[in-house]
Design a protein around this ligand. Sequence first.
Ligand code: MG
Ligand code: ZN
Length: 216
Amino acid sequence: MEIKVLKDILSANEQIAERNRQLLDSKSVFAVNLMSSPGAGKTSLILETIKMLKGKTRIGVIEGDVSSSLDAETIGKEGVPVIQINTGGGCHLDANMLSSALSNVPLQDIELLLIENVGNLICPAGFALGEHKKVLISSIPEGDDKPFKYPLMFHKADAVLINKIDLLPYLKFDTQSFSQAIRGINEKVEIFQISCATGQGIQEWLSWLLTQMSRR
Ligand code: MG
Ligand code: ZN
């Protein structure tokens, strides 16, 4: 019985996600769902992406948080449209939340929509939003065992960004075995090593992102 209820919830979510995608496509907006555990660097990556793509593509941001609008305020200073979703305790965004938020986003004025999901490595993977790509940020301080602990997240990602690579000399993290573990779960995934602090790998991430946008 519980399984049936969960299936119904997920299929209703899929339908709304499909409508979101149709809306985004009709406005030629490319949407990326950014997922990670808390503190892995979603907001920093969004800030870096906005700064580097200034003048190249018009960006809008949706900020999902359990509460507060701290990240939205930080991003708003960059002069891009930001819409905050507070989930009121909910641990992930769903398609319905995105649908409500989209009605407040100036879709005609943007080409790229960055959606910061709630910091959580479990259920965001199960809820499609209507995004075109899912990007997972994993950071060096979290340790290199995450693909084994949260395989669904790594299975669903189109790209994995290994962030805070500048901390490698100080922490125990085997990037090679980490990448191998991810590829064992997900053959097609793109993996980038980046640092939002030093800028390392950011160009590679951006060129992947722009390529995905142009192929849509
Ligand atoms: Mg954040
Ligand atoms: Zn959740």
